[in-house]
Write a protein of this length. Structure first.
Length: 297
């Protein structure tokens, strides 16, 4: 956790200091703090990852100062054990809320705080509302140190690990995949992969089955060596994806349509530590004041 006792606002036009190196990088930014006597919100690896999470399966509300991150029921463990701690490591005042979507096995993690909201708008140049014109933040693309952290957040929320059969009778060949509706962000991802040392195959095709008419921009990074390097450099944190990797390492194959919980059970003790010992209802109880469903799914 990076906490500083300094003045509430201190600007240096055009640049912001990163906590990891202490150097200045290009950005339109200022030091923003939640409280002059408590802590300072700054650009670092953790906030870069949170930015990737928001641009992956998140959203900045067009009216309220609310950050929403969407996920399946399996992602509850990721929300509780990783995403919420990330926010709490960077921001002193965080009141997370998990909302169950009506009629779906899906949930939203909501963070509503004006200063946190403004931080991501100011430092990362994120925009309210739809992400049709979303871009890779310049503070990320200009920093080789931040790119893997940004990619981790994006992959954990909007990417997946798949396996193909190739010439065998079972799925074994790994493919890292990230697919986004066409936007500047989607087309800029190729640069980030290259900067991080990965060769990605890009495919643009009509987007069928989604809520938008924009094309789908898909990237694939294939092969065992590429996957091992991805796990070492990007270091995914969502157990839904990491369990697939551990299962593949242990059994040499992937079983399609196996549930997350069954995969963890088959890996067994010592091979993969379950992300949480709490039941789904207990997790929800911890982050809601009376469980309720989202009226507009």
């Amino acid at each position: 956790m990076y906490l500083f006792k300094k003045i509430v606002l201190r600007e240096q036009p055009g640049r912001i200091r990163t906590c990891a190196t202490g150097h200045w990088t290009t950005a339109c930014a200022a030091y923003l703090s939640l409280d002059s006597s408590k802590n300072l919100m700054i650009l670092n690896e953790t906030t870069a990852e949170l930015c990737g999470i928001i641009l992956g399966d998140g959203n900045l509300h067009k009216t309220y100062n609310r950050i929403t991150i969407s996920g399946s029921s399996d992602d509850l463990f990721y929300f509780r054990n990783h995403v919420i701690p990330l926010f709490r490591n960077c921001f002193r005042v965080v009141n997370p809320r998990i909302v169950r979507m009506k009629g779906k096995p899906a949930y939203n993690l909501e963070i509503e705080n004006r200063e946190i909201f403004q931080f991501f708008i100011t430092v990362f140049d994120l925009k309210r509302g739809p992400k049709d014109n979303a871009r890779v933040p310049s503070v990320v693309s200009s920093s080789s140190a931040l790119i893997p952290h940004f990619l981790r957040g994006l992959f954990d929320t909007d990417g997946c690990l798949k396996f193909s059969k190739q010439a065998r009778s079972y799925s074994y060949y790994p493919r890292i995949k990230i697919a986004l509706a066409s936007s500047p962000l989607a087309h800029q991802l190729g640069f980030l992969f290259a900067e991080a040392g990965f060769t990605a195959c890009k495919n643009v095709r009509p987007n069928h089955g989604y809520k938008t008419t924009r094309d789908l921009v898909a990237y694939e990074i294939s092969g065992q060596k590429a996957l091992e390097r991805w796990m070492h450099v990007v270091r995914p944190a969502n157990p839904v994806q990491t369990a697939k990797y551990v299962y593949w390492k242990k059994f040499g194959r992937h079983v399609p349509n196996m549930s997350f919980s069954e995969r963890v059970l088959r890996i067994g003790l010592g091979g993969f530590e379950p992300p949480s010992q709490e039941s789904e209802s207990r997790i929800l109880d911890r982050y809601t004041t009376g469980l309720y469903t989202q009226k507009n799914a």
